[in-house]
Write a protein that binds this ligand. Structure first.
Ligand code: OAD
Length: 238
């Protein structure tokens, strides 16, 4: 199976990778679903919706501040490094992620299409200015805009919000045009991101899935590699 995946990776001309929280699990970042998942401990409705932020910006920011602080202490793992190396060898590899943790950037990946935004970006709810902010813990919760003193929000996509339009279009175009989609560490249940998998298939691409366990798309992919991303992915470039 690994040999077949290696061969397809070698043969591909327009490869795309789609990652989810599972790729960061071996760095010590909790996933959302499954054992130890964030949505087992917290309610998404209380913390990751525009309504929750409107109701209690301090509570929402405390949660993001806690996650930002935890991320300061972790490093990219062999899975992130594999993707950065693959992109270095093959600049045409398009990397799409649902993760907001910035670990692909830190591993050296460039032009990452971040479907759900970036936890290190903040956006002013008044003037709309978007800036990078890597302060963790934050000095002030909730933080305010240096330009207009308006309330800042995390630069992530919450439930009920649209994906960043330019980013989503580029991801869709890349997937429509790809000949290989490597899907790593996603439960493939959150749309529209999860729709990229059937979309790649319907456009004739080969799809390889790497996950600890079977997901709703496992039965539809061409190759399903069960195991840890940090162990399987490095095998794919040998
Ligand atoms: P999930 O937490 O839903 O799924 C993580 C997946 O990674 C599961 O299928 C696990 O089996 C798999 N997994 C865990 N450890 C792994 C490992 N070491 N190697 C390979 N696979 C592993 O995370 P996502 O699919 O990314 O959105 O979730 C999608 C979105 O739902 C997130 O971006 C977030 C969340 O709510 C928003 O906040 C908008």
């Amino acid at each position: 199976m690994i040999e077949k995946a290696r061969e397809w990776i070698r043969e591909s001309r327009r490869p795309v990778a789609l990652t989810g929280a599972g790729i960061s699990a071996e760095s010590g970042v909790p996933t959302f679903r499954g054992a130890g998942g964030l949505w087992r401990q917290f309610r998404a409705e209380d913390l990751a919706t525009p309504q929750a932020f409107h109701r209690d910006p301090k509570l929402v920011w405390e949660w993001y501040d806690f996650r930002r602080q935890s991320l300061k202490g972790v490093e990219p793992n062999a899975g992130h490094t594999f993707l950065a190396r693959w992109q270095m060898r093959r600049p045409e590899v398009v990397l799409i992620t649902q993760n907001v943790d910035g670990l692909h950037d830190r591993a050296g990946s460039r032009n990452v299409l971040k479907l759900h935004g970036d936890i290190w970006m903040v956006r002013c709810t008044v003037c709309g200015r978007e800036t990078r902010n890597e302060e963790a813990p934050l000095d002030e919760i909730p933080p305010s805009c240096a330009d207009c003193t308006g309330l800042l929000r995390p630069g992530v996509v919450w439930f009920g919000e649209s994906l960043p339009p330019g980013v989503w279009e580029r991801a869709e175009d890349a997937v429509d045009d790809c000949d290989l989609l490597l899907v790593v560490g996603t439960s493939a249940v959150v749309y529209p991101a999860a729709g990229l998998v059937p979309s790649a298939k319907s456009h004739g691409a080969r799809v390889i899935e790497v996950n600890l366990e079977e997901t709703p798309v496992s039965g539809t992919v061409d190759l399903s590699l069960l195991g840890k991303a940090g162990e399987i992915l490095p095998e794919l470039l040998r």
